[in-house]
Design a protein around this ligand. Structure first.
Ligand SMILES: NC(=O)c1ccc[n+]([C@@H]2O[C@H](COP(=O)([O-])OP(=O)(O)OC[C@H]3O[C@@H](n4cnc5c(N)ncnc54)[C@H](OP(=O)(O)O)[C@@H]3O)[C@@H](O)[C@H]2O)c1
Length: 160
């Protein structure tokens, strides 16, 4: 994928066991994390897998953000979604801003992992059962700063 001038940031909440999802939903309710997610991503394009799009239910498309959905299905469309079929196609879009947030899920984090400039990770303290996991990133992102701390989680920004 050509990098152009885009800055690609993953934003995710995960447990120490890397769990991010269960039954195509979030395994927890963390309103403060959702607020942080909204503050951070508002005004920027967000890229998500088709399953994460589906998981948003009545909340989609997320407001004030260009909602970009990646699918292999050439015939797929949905109201409020800009559709792409590969990471490369991102560079052909007229984007709302050059700061792009990749918002999941697991397949899409994995797909974009080599291209991320930064990761914003909410480390959820409590363990939760799940069926979807964030990929290993520690080899390439070995520096971080703590952005915010809450009772149930800590937000870190990781750099290469
Ligand atoms: N904790 C968090 O921060 C967080 C964030 C986001 C999501 N989640 C959770 O993650 C789970 C969903 O993650 P998931 O991994 O199952 O699904 P996903 O990554 O959201 O979406 C997977 C879909 O993306 C499309 N796709 C995958 N690879 C592709 C490629 N190479 N080219 C084009 N399209 C491709 C396919 O769509 P088609 O089948 O249509 O072809 C695939 O079915 C849910 O539980 C959700 O709640 C958690």
């Amino acid at each position: 994928m050509k990098k152009d001038a885009l800055k690609l940031t993953a934003i995710v909440a995960m447990t120490s066991e890397r769990v991010i999802g269960k039954d195509n939903d979030l395994p927890w309710r963390l309103p403060e994390d959702l607020k942080m997610f909204k503050r951070t991503t508002s005004g920027h394009p967000i890229v998500m897998g088709r399953k994460t799009w589906d998981s948003l239910g009545k909340y989609k498309p997320l407001p004030n953000r260009q909602n970009i959905v990646i699918t292999r299905d050439e015939g797929w469309s949905d109201e409020g979604a800009t559709v792409i079929h590969s990471p490369d196609e991102l560079h052909q879009l007229d984007l709302q801003s050059q700061e792009v947030y990749i918002i999941g899920g697991a397949q899409i984090y994995g797909l974009f992992l080599p291209h991320f400039d930064e990761l914003i990770i909410s480390h959820v303290y409590q363990d939760h059962e799940g069926d979807t996991y964030f990929p290993e990133f520690e080899d390439t992102f070995d520096e971080y700063e703590v952005l915010e701390t809450y009772e149930e989680f800590e937000v870190r920004k990781y750099y290469r």
